[in-house]
Design a protein. Structure first.
Length: 348
C-alpha cells in the first residue's frame, strides 16, 4: 500500500455490547477531549481517524474495514461478525483482553472456547497486540495464510506535542509504582511495592502507590512499614490527563508485571517522558528493552531502578532512547501504516 493510501486509511473498531461510548475520531483529540482517550483499542481508531462503536449497525455504516473485539461470552461478537461479513466488510478480530492470564481465564470455558475457535477462523484475519497473542492466533488459524495474522502494538500519540506530559521546569522526585492489583499473581504488585520500599530506604525517594481498595489496601501497605511520610497514595479515580500529570512528577515508574500484556504502564510513561523499570508488556519490550523485565530477575530490576534513581544522565538517556523507538514503532503514524498494509493484504 502506498504512503498516500495509508494516509487515507480509516478503521472502525467494534466492541459489540461494550460500555464505552461510541466515538468518531475526525481528528486527534487533545487531552481531556472526547469520550475516551486515544489509547488501547481506541488508539487504533484514533490513529486512522476512524471510529469506535458498540453497535454493529453503526460499524457497518462506516463502510470501512473493521477490527472486531471479542469480549464477554463472545456471543455478541459472533453475531456481529456474521452481520459484517454479510455486508461485505473486511473484518479482523482480536480478544479485548490479551494478557496471558486474561486469555487463559476467558478460554477455560468450553462454550467460549468453541466460539473463539470458530470466530477466529471465520474472520478475514486476526490482530494481536502482543507477540504471544499472535502465536495463539497463528495456531488457531493453522490452515489459513500466515499473513492473515499480524502483531500490531497499540499506538500512542508520541508525535503530538499536546500529549507530551513532561514537566521540564519541575524537578522530578520519587518512584511511581505502575501496578495496583494485589489479587492478580502475574502482576507481582506486592513484590513491586516491596522493592519500592527498599529503594525508598536506600535513597530517601518517596513512593507513590495507586490504592483503589480503600481501607483494605491501606492495611496491606501499613504492614510493609514504609519510612514515615515517604508513602503517598492516590485513592480516587482521576481523569487520564490528571493521572499522567501525577506520573510525570516522578523520576521512574517501577513495576514487576509479568502478564505479557499490551503495556499501558509503559505507554503512559512514554507520554510522560519518564523512565520505566520492569514489566514485560509489549510496549515495555519495544520502548524500554534495557530496563524491562524480559529475561531479568527481580534483583536485576531493583538494581536497574536504583541506578536510574541515582543517575539523572542515565534516566535522560533511557527516556531519549524510548522516544526514538516509540516514534519508529509505536507512534500513530507508524501504526497507521501497519494497519493499512495489513488490511490491504486481507483484501488480496
Amino acid at each position: 500500500m502506498t504512503s498516500q493510501s495509508a494516509e487515507d486509511f480509516r478503521l472502525t473498531v467494534l466492541n459489540p455490547g461494550g460500555r464505552d461510548p461510541e466515538q468518531q475520531f475526525h481528528d486527534l483529540p487533545a487531552p481531556g477531549e472526547g469520550a475516551h482517550p486515544p489509547i488501547n483499542f481506541h488508539a487504533f481508531a484514533a490513529c486512522t481517524l476512524g471510529a469506535f462503536h458498540f453497535n454493529p449497525r453503526h460499524a457497518i455504516a462506516e463502510e470501512t474495514p473493521v477490527l472486531l473485539l471479542l469480549r464477554s461470552d463472545f456471543l455478541a461478537s459472533e453475531r456481529a461478525l456474521h452481520d459484517l461479513k454479510k455486508q461485505g466488510r473486511i473484518v479482523a478480530v482480536s480478544l479485548k483482553e490479551t494478557g496471558l492470564h486474561q486469555i487463559a481465564q476467558q478460554l477455560r470455558d468450553r462454550a467460549k472456547l468453541s466460539r473463539f475457535m470458530k470466530i477466529a477462523v471465520q474472520a478475514d484475519g486476526c490482530i494481536a497486540t502482543t507477540p504471544e497473542a499472535a502465536e495463539i492466533y497463528q495456531r488457531v488459524r493453522s490452515k489459513c495464510d500466515p499473513v492473515t495474522v499480524s502483531f500490531i502494538p497499540t499506538p500512542y500519540p508520541i508525535e503530538d506535542e499536546r500529549w507530551n506530559f513532561s514537566s521540564p521546569t519541575a524537578e522530578p522526585s520519587g518512584i511511581f509504582v505502575g501496578t495496583r492489583e494485589w489479587d492478580v499473581p502475574s502482576r507481582n504488585h506486592f513484590a513491586a511495592v516491596l522493592v519500592a520500599r527498599q529503594l525508598c530506604e536506600a535513597t530517601g525517594e518517596p513512593v507513590t502507590v495507586v490504592n483503589l481498595d480503600g481501607s483494605k489496601g491501606r492495611r496491606l501497605l501499613d504492614e510493609l512499614g514504609f519510612p514515615q511520610r515517604k508513602l503517598q497514595l492516590i485513592e480516587k479515580w482521576k481523569s487520564y490527563p490528571d493521572y499522567l500529570r501525577d506520573v510525570a512528577r516522578h523520576k521512574i515508574v517501577l513495576q514487576l508485571d509479568r502478564s505479557h500484556v499490551p503495556g499501558q504502564v509503559a505507554g503512559d510513561t512514554l507520554l510522560c517522558r519518564v523512565a520505566c523499570a520492569g514489566g514485560d508488556g509489549t510496549i515495555e519490550r519495544i520502548a524500554f528493552p534495557k530496563t524491562c523485565d524480559e529475561g531479568r530477575t527481580i534483583e536485576d530490576i531493583a538494581s536497574t531502578a536504583l541506578d536510574l534513581l541515582q543517575n539523572a544522565d542515565l534516566r535522560a538517556a533511557i527516556v531519549t532512547e524510548s522516544q526514538e523507538r516509540a516514534l519508529e514503532r509505536l507512534s500513530f503514524q507508524a501504526v497507521r501504516s501497519q494497519l493499512a498494509d495489513f488490511f490491504a493484504s486481507l483484501e488480496q
